[in-house]
Design a binder for this molecule. Structure first.
Ligand code: ATP
Length: 234
């Protein structure tokens, strides 16, 4: 049984359907990349998994249990964390306060979790008393990921973690993703950066205008010209 099974979901905004029959699986311990052009449906897929959107049809199973349509908080409580696109941090709150907000489900392990996040992102510890709005873009992205980790997830959903960052920070973010996975968290990431995504991922899926067009191991996809074409041909 896979940790996560997205089974033939159809998803719409109002009466505009944007996902058709999307299926994917993530096994425990894997890093899986969901790739595709702007507007292909990557964010919509993640939002469906984390309870922000309810599929019209199909099922989403986490540890074998159907979670499709459950409220976001309940999905988080089951062990799924979602780091949305755009590093939404509370700019007026400190780094530490932002992290503490991520542990709202279970506050008992707060110190332990904080230390684990600081181990992965030492810069957040150095800046724990600083207001989040004064962090650089890369640091805010690290904070957003750190906040996701505070709920002690088994599955981390990352939406465009590297978007808009300077190359050196992109490397830092991918290194952190690798480390988070090495320490036992399963990762499903959405990325525009095909090269880095396939470098850290075990497997990947390519979504094209709302349908899964390709899937394979990261090595297979890295060699497949159709992956790059799917970005250009949107
Ligand atoms: P990007 O990389 O640009 O974020 P994406 O692959 O994540 O792209 P989605 O954000 O999932 O794509 O969007 C898929 C489709 O759904 C697009 O055609 C988009 O215009 C549409 N869409 C997204 N959000 C809404 C919304 N709130 N209402 C209506 N349509 C939407």
């Amino acid at each position: 049984m896979s940790l996560l099974e997205v089974d033939a979901i159809d998803v719409a905004y109002g009466n505009v359907q944007v996902l058709w029959d999307v299926s994917l699986e993530v096994d425990e311990g894997e890093t899986v990349a969901l790739l595709g052009a702007n507007g292909a449906g990557k964010t919509t897929t993640l939002k469906s998994i984390c309870g922000d959107l309810t599929p019209m049809d199909g099922a989403i199973r986490y540890k074998g249990e159907d979670i499709g349509g459950l409220p976001h908080e309940e999905v988080v409580a089951k062990g799924v964390a979602h780091v949305p696109e755009g590093r939404e941090v509370f700019t007026e709150s400190t780094v530490r306060e932002n992290l503490e907000l991520g542990a709202y489900i279970d506050r008992s392990k707060m110190q332990e979790r904080l230390q684990e996040v600081y181990d992965i992102f030492p810069r957040l510890e150095e800046r724990k008393k600083q207001r989040a709005g004064t962090l650089s873009g890369g640091e805010q992205q690290m904070l957003a990921i750190g906040r996701g980790l505070m709920s002690d997830p088994d599955l981390l959903l990352l939406d465009e973690a590297s978007l808009g960052l300077a190359p050196v920070l992109v490397d830092d973010v991918f290194e952190a993703i690798q480390r988070i996975n090495d320490e036992g968290t399963t990762v499903l990431l959405v990325e525009q950066d095909i090269y880095n995504a396939l470098r850290v991922a075990d497997r990947g899926y390519v979504i094209k205008t709302g349908e899964i067009a390709l899937s394979g191991t990261a090595q297979e996809l890295a060699r497949d010209e159709r992956v790059e074409e799917s970005y250009l041909g949107a």
